[in-house]
Design a protein around this ligand. Structure first.
Ligand SMILES: *[C@@H]1O[C@H](CO)[C@@H](O)[C@H](O)[C@H]1NC(C)=O
Ligand SMILES: *[C@@H]1O[C@H](CO)[C@@H](O)[C@H](O)[C@H]1NC(C)=O
Ligand SMILES: *[C@@H]1O[C@H](CO)[C@@H](O)[C@H](O)[C@H]1NC(C)=O
Length: 301
């Protein structure tokens, strides 16, 4: 957030500065979701970054809070505008206290930049949701702001699906195990591999999603036919069913995930992989945030 050092204008003069590019982690960017016929070769998208505008609709976000991208041209616009207003420099205030800001004359005329995003974040938007003063965008805001062509694709797919339910099945990246010093496999989510297999999913969601419904499955599982056992209860649909809509516009998995997220938001009943809120339905009861306790994976009921 960019802001003026004048508490009276604190909200009025806030500007949302977004990075002009998003780095794409290769871990999350293997191909083959749209075209699952070629899953075995596991190729990755070549790019290591993409333009923020290819993911988000900057104009749409700007209707709520003015956005500038941190590329030279928009920065030039900001700096020249602030100079015209008689204001001074642009100053980064990471780690500077509010009191110091008030007292130090160095900051009194400056436009202040407070970098709040973690450099490691990619989908951790607006993480500090409880501090109203530092974050004014709710967690639900950015997920509804994808670039226009992504929103159009999601709308088309939702129309074709009609009324549907959805499950998000994260496997791949989250299933990473490691061996302890005795050579025993350990996992941060010991029940995840089991609970995201079709037999277990079927039993788990039976009470929430009635037989015969259309079930949209968003997953990073690449084994062809992995979820087919669910087809005796549900009409299954994946992004790969809509490759004629998606292939012309999707350039990386981040865009694809944003489309899938819109589709999942439109489901009548939506089951996540792991709970984030108490009210969430989830496939697996393991805590989502676990970075320390490596446990032996469990495969039995
Ligand atoms: C599968 O991927 C490989 C390697 O990327 C490619 O050479 C091959 O033509 C692809 N096959 C199909 C059926 O698309
Ligand atoms: C910058 O943002 C952080 C995190 O949101 C917040 O704790 C801090 O008070 C902000 N700094 C200023 C000067 O507003
Ligand atoms: C999606 O494709 C699978 C095969 O990959 C097929 O079994 C299923 O019926 C398709 N679903 C829809 C809704 O067309």
């Amino acid at each position: 957030m960019l802001m003026c050092n004048d508490t009276a204008l604190w909200f009025l003069c806030r500007i949302f500065v977004m990075p002009s590019r998003m780095c794409l982690s290769s871990v999350h960017n293997t191909k083959g979701i749209i075209d699952s016929s070629n899953a075995t070769s596991n190729p990755r998208w070549e790019t290591s970054y993409c333009a923020m505008e290819s993911l988000y609709d900057i104009d749409l976000i700007s209707k709520t809070v003015p956005v500038v991208l941190d590329n030279p041209r928009s920065w030039y616009g900001i700096v020249s505008r602030s100079t015209k207003l008689g204001e001074g420099n642009v100053v980064h205030v990471q780690g500077v206290s509010r009191d110091e800001l008030k007292d130090n004359p160095l900051y009194s005329d400056a436009l202040l930049v407070n970098r709040t995003a973690s450099p490691l974040a990619w989908f951790m938007e607006c993480k500090d949701r409880t501090k109203r003063t530092s974050v004014m965008l709710p967690y639900t805001f950015l997920p509804t702001m994808p670039a226009r062509k992504l929103r159009v694709a999601a709308r088309k797919i939702k129309e074709i699906l009609g009324e549907y339910d959805a499950i998000h099945v994260r496997r791949g990246d989250l299933l990473k195990n490691r061996k302890d010093r005795f050579g025993v496999e350990r996992s941060l989510h010991p029940h995840l591999d089991r609970d995201t297999r079709p037999e277990f999913i079927k039993r788990r969601i039976a009470k929430w999603i009635p037989k015969g419904r259309t079930l949209f499955i968003a997953s990073n599982e690449r084994t062809p036919g992995f979820f087919s056992p669910l087809s005796d209860r549900y009409k299954l649909a994946y992004s790969s069913n809509f490759s004629s809509i998606l292939e012309p516009i999707i350039e990386n998995n981040y865009q694809l995930f944003m489309v899938e997220r819109l589709i999942m938001q439109g489901a009548k009943t939506f089951v996540k992989t792991m709970k984030e809120l108490d009210s969430d339905l989830a496939l697996c009861d393991d805590p989502k945030k676990n970075t320390k306790n490596w446990e032996v994976p469990v495969y039995t009921r």
